[in-house]
Design a protein around this ligand. Structure first.
Ligand SMILES: Nc1ncnc2c1ncn2[C@@H]1O[C@H](COP(=O)(O)OP(=O)(O)O)[C@@H](O)[C@H]1O
Ligand SMILES: [Mg+2]
Length: 367
């Protein structure tokens, strides 16, 4: 049987460029070479695409230094149906880039990778790809839209307000207004980002301005949320029509919250307990609520859904859905599945298969 041509796409024009390279490095190391013919495309911070004959990612064991190898061959995409999709910008199309991948695997986080934009490009080219489609990616990327969609499906999230630059941004700086609606323990976030970039925990009026300025420096839409007191959980989910959900794992951090450093830089800042120490009934309820969120948000392929168990009320509040969660072999997503008996390589096989199935389902439709 011929091998499946899988093309891992990594890097990208987002603040999570490095996180993507760390994730992609693990994916590349764990895809079974007996089963897959593996190709790599790197997207630079400025948006140039490169294809790699050899190693695409440098300094992959050091999150502070990780970067794309500058030796890649510049390519562009060709949307014609019979084209190889990835073509060299100059000169002869080299042997490797003349191959049309069977499936693309966007190991990209944040805007331009996890938000439906690159998925739209793949759809335009009629290419199969791993993960959620255009609408689900866009909805899950935007934390405000996520919360609105969950709310209409009776799935609670923390109380919040949102502000749009040039429209009602002044409200975001109005401490009295915010505290009258949400109390004085707040989280400020850009609407469309991840990895805790641009997020601040604000408990004093003096800290509000810099937090709002920071969030607005990443996005024109920001949200201000009531801080939840309680425990934080994540589940791994995979599936197209109905997701399979892992048992919840608990995030316990020595930091004030699960910030960028706790996620990627400091080894000892996070304890992840999976399966979490929870009564069976609560565990099942979290799985059920997260599965409903997956369906409400139109997700396919895979996602990691995160939420809180509020101490005072015992309510399950969904925090967010990550359609391409941090994806190293030691990521929370991989660990939730390992605890379930599914290895990282098996996980890769399964989500690739789900990507094909989703593509085949779309092929049956009339244009
Ligand atoms: N409303 C909240 N209450 C308490 N903690 C929060 C709240 N919102 C976010 N956090 C903390 O901040 C972290 C990052 O926020 P999150 O919304 O998940 O953003 P990102 O998409 O960047 O991961 C969460 O994992 C959690 O630890
Ligand atoms: Mg998060």
């Amino acid at each position: 049987m011929s091998k499946l041509k899988v093309c891992v796409v990594c890097g990208g024009k987002s603040a999570e460029h490095e996180v993507s390279l760390l994730s992609a490095n693990s994916v590349l190391q764990n895809l079974d070479p007996e089963r897959y013919d593996i190709h790599t495309v790197g997207i630079s911070r400025s948006g140039q695409w490169y294809i790699y004959e050899q190693q695409a990612i440098l300094h992959a064991d050091d999150p502070k230094q990780v970067c794309l190898n500058p030796e890649g061959i510049p390519i562009t995409v060709d949307l014609r149906p019979e084209s190889s999709f990835l073509v060299a910008v100059k000169g002869d199309a080299k042997k490797r880039n003349a191959v049309r991948p069977d499936i693309l695997f966007p190991v990209l986080h944040g805007p331009f990778g996890e938000d439906g934009t690159i998925q739209g490009l793949f759809e335009m080219a009629n290419m199969a790809y791993v993960g959620t489609g255009v609408a689900g990616s866009a909805m899950a990327m935007d934390k405000v839209v996520t919360k609105q969609l969950l709310a209409i499906n009776d799935l609670p999230t923390a109380d919040f307000l949102y502000c749009v630059a040039g429209k009602n941004d002044q409200q975001a700086y109005n401490w009295d207004l915010l505290t009258s609606k949400l109390g004085s323990d707040l989280f400020v976030k850009p609407a469309n980002l991840g990895s805790s970039v641009g997020i601040s925990h604000v408990q004093r009026q003096d800290d509000l301005k810099s937090a709002i300025d920071l969030a607005f420096s990443y996005d024109n839409k920001i949200l201000i949320e009531k801080a939840v007191r309680g425990r934080e959980f994540v589940c791994g989910l995979i599936g197209n029509l109905k997701p399979e959900v892992t048992r919840p794992g608990e995030i316990i951090t020595t930091h004030d919250f699960f910030d960028y450093n706790a996620k990627y830089i400091e080894d000892k800042a996070l304890e992840f307990v999976v399966p979490a120490a929870l009564a069976e009934a609560i565990q099942t309820e979290i799985q059920d609520v997260f599965a409903r969120a997956y369906e409400a948000l139109n997700l396919t392929g895979l996602a990691r859904i995160d939420g809180f168990l509020e101490a005072e009320t015992n309510r399950i509040l969904i925090n967010e859905a990550n359609t391409m969660p941090g994806f190293t072999a030691t990521s929370l997503f991989a660990k939730t599945w390992q605890a379930q008996g599914v290895s990282y390589s098996q996980l890769l096989d399964r989500i690739i298969k789900l990507g094909f199935e989703q593509h085949q389902r779309a092929q049956r439709l009339r244009c």
